[in-house]
Design a binder for this molecule. Structure first.
Ligand code: ADP
Ligand code: ZN
Length: 427
C-alpha cells in the first residue's frame, strides 16, 4: 500500500467498487430529478423521450435516458442547460473549439471546489507534494487547462508558478531558477520545450513529474517524452462538458490505465452508431454523467472520445476507481483513405517507431473530385527518408501515403492543441 501522501482524499479514493456503485446509484437518481426540476430544456427533452423521472431507478434504468451531445449545447447557447440562477455562477469556461461548437460551462462555488478536488487527487496521485513548485503551462483563459490546474494545485498545497502558454525560453529559465518539480501542459507542447531546452543547452534535474493532457497521445510518444526529460509522465483527462481538466481523472504511477473519479462521474462505453452500451473491454464512445456538479451536470453526454474499460479491479495504487484506456481518437477524427479507416493516433504510433523521428508531424488530407490523397510531413534527424516513412505506414496501416521528411523546426508550433490533420480541397 503506498503512503497516504499519494492520496488527496484517501477515504473516497480507496473506496471499494461496491461502495462506489452504491454512491453512484444514489447520486444518479438525485441528479436526474435535480436536472429535470431545474432546467426547462432538459425537462422538455425528457418529456419528449417519454422519461418518467419518478420511475427512474438509477443505473439499471440508464438506457432509458436519451443521450445528449455537443449539439444540445449549441442549441441552448449560452446558458440554456444551466440549472442555477445566473447570480450563483462564479466562473465560466468554454471549449477550445476543436470541433467548432461553442460549449459553455458555468461553475458555482461548489463546482469550483469539485474541480479542485478532482484535479488535486490527480496531482497527489502523481507524487506531487505540498510545496512542490508546479509550472502551469496551458493558457489561462476560456480554455479550462490553465485555471483547472491552478484550482487543483492550490487545493493540493503546491507552489503555483502560473506561466501560462508560450514564451518557451522563459518557461525553461523559470523551471531552472525555481527548481520546478512538476510541469503541467498540453501534451504537444512538450516537443517545443525539449527543442528549446536543447537550443539553450539547459537540463532540468529537479523536474520529476509531467502532467500532460488535452490531446490524443500514443504510449510511444509518452515514453519518448519521459525518457528525454527523465520524468514520470501522466495522461490527464477531462473536457469542458465535465467541468475541465482533471475532472475525469488520470493514470496513477502504475500507468495501467486512466483512473476515472467514479464518485463524481458515471461512465458508459457505447457503440458509436447504435448507442448500445458495450461490455467492458470493447472499444466505443465514452458517455459521461456528472454526479456531483451543480450549475450544469451533464446526463449521458456523448463525448466523441473513443476508449474502453480496462479494469474495475483494485489497482496496485490502492484505488478501485475504474480504469479506462487512453483515448485513441475522436469519432469525428476518423480519416478514410482508399476504403481504409484510421485515426491520426495510428499514424503517430507508426511514426514513433522510426528511430530519429521527432514529435512534430502533420497529416495532410487532400481531396480532389471526391478522392482523398494523403501526405505525411514529419520532422526527423538526417538519415530518415521519405521512403522509410512510407514503408512503415504501409506495414502498419495498409496503404502508402507520401512521406516527406523535414528538418527539425520546419512545422508550425502552436501554443494550444497541436494541429495534426490539415484538410485541403483541390479543384
Ligand atoms: P474541444 O472539444 O473544443 O477540444 P475541450 O478543450 O473541452 O474542447 O477538450 C476536450 C477534449 O480534448 C476531449 O473530449 C478529448 O477529445 C480531448 N482530450 C482531453 N484530454 C485528453 C487526453 N488525456 N487524451 C486524449 N484526448 C484528450
Ligand atoms: Zn492505480
Amino acid at each position: 500500500m503506498p503512503t497516504t501522501d499519494l492520496y488527496f482524499n484517501p477515504e473516497l479514493e480507496t473506496a471499494s467498487q461496491d461502495e462506489i456503485v452504491a454512491m453512484q446509484n444514489e447520486r444518479l437518481k438525485e441528479k436526474v430529478r435535480y436536472v429535470v426540476a431545474n432546467n426547462p430544456y432538459m425537462r422538455d427533452l425528457y418529456a419528449k423521450a417519454g422519461v418518467v423521472v419518478e420511475d427512474f431507478r438509477g443505473i439499471e434504468d440508464m438506457d432509458k435516458l436519451p443521450i445528449i451531445a455537443k449539439a444540445n449545447f449549441r442549441e441552448t447557447y449560452p446558458l440554456g442547460m444551466c440549472c442555477v440562477p445566473k447570480d450563483s455562477i462564479r466562473e465560466m469556461h468554454m471549449s477550445s473549439g476543436s470541433t467548432g461548437t461553442p460549449v459553455v460551462m458555468p461553475y458555482t462555488i461548489a463546482d469550483l471546489n469539485q474541480w479542485a478536488e478532482c484535479m488535486a487527487r490527480c496531482l497527489r496521485m502523481s507524487g506531487a507534494r505540498p510545496g512542490d513548485p508546479m509550472q502551469i503551462m496551458p493558457s489561462f483563459g476560456l480554455f479550462n487547462g490553465g485555471f483547472g490546474m491552478y484550482h487543483g494545485a492550490r487545493a493540493a498545497g503546491l507552489f503555483v508558478i502560473p506561466t501560462g502558454s508560450g514564451n518557451t525560453e522563459r518557461q525553461i529559465r523559470l523551471a531552472r531558477d525555481f527548481n520546478t518539480r512538476v510541469f503541467g501542459a498540453v501534451i504537444s507542447y512538450t516537443g517545443r520545450l525539449i527543442e528549446v531546452m536543447e537550443k539553450m543547452n539547459v537540463e532540468l534535474p529537479s523536474l520529476k513529474i509531467g502532467i500532460f493532457g488535452a490531446e490524443t497521445v500514443t504510449t510511444a510518444m509518452m515514453q519518448k517524452i519521459s525518457a528525454r526529460l527523465n520524468i514520470d509522465v501522466f495522461n490527464i483527462y477531462g473536457m469542458t462538458e465535465t467541468g475541465g481538466v482533471g475532472t475525469l481523472g488520470m493514470d496513477c504511477r502504475d500507468h495501467s490505465g486512466i483512473h476515472v473519479w467514479e464518485d463524481h462521474y458515471y461512465l458508459e462505453v457505447v457503440d458509436p452508431v447504435t448507442k448500445k452500451v458495450l461490455p467492458d473491454g470493447e472499444v466505443g464512445e465514452l458517455v459521461v454523467t456528472s454526479l456531483t456538479r451543480e450549475a450544469l451536470p451533464v446526463i449521458r453526454f456523448k463525448t466523441g472520445d473513443l476508449t474502453r474499460i480496462l479494469s474495475r479491479e483494485k489497482c496496485a495504487c490502492g484505488r478501485s476507481h475504474v480504469r479506462i484506456d487512453q483515448i485513441s481518437g475522436r469519432t469525428d477524427d476518423m480519416l478514410i483513405i482508399k476504403g481504409v479507416n484510421f485515426f491520426p493516433s495510428q499514424v503517430e504510433q507508426a511514426l514513433m517507431e522510426i528511430p530519429g523521428v521527432h514529435s512534430e508531424y502533420q497529416i495532410i488530407m487532400e481531396e480532389k473530385d471526391g478522392v482523398n490523397d494523403i501526405h505525411i510531413l514529419v520532422e526527423a534527424e538526417e538519415g530518415v527518408t521519405g521512403y522509410t516513412v512510407e514503408k512503415r505506414l504501409k506495414e502498419r496501416l495498409g496503404f502508402s501515403p507520401k512521406g516527406e521528411v523535414l528538418p527539425i523546426g520546419s512545422l508550425p508550433r502552436v501554443d494550444g492543441k497541436a494541429v495534426r490533420v490539415v484538410r485541403r480541397k483541390l479543384d
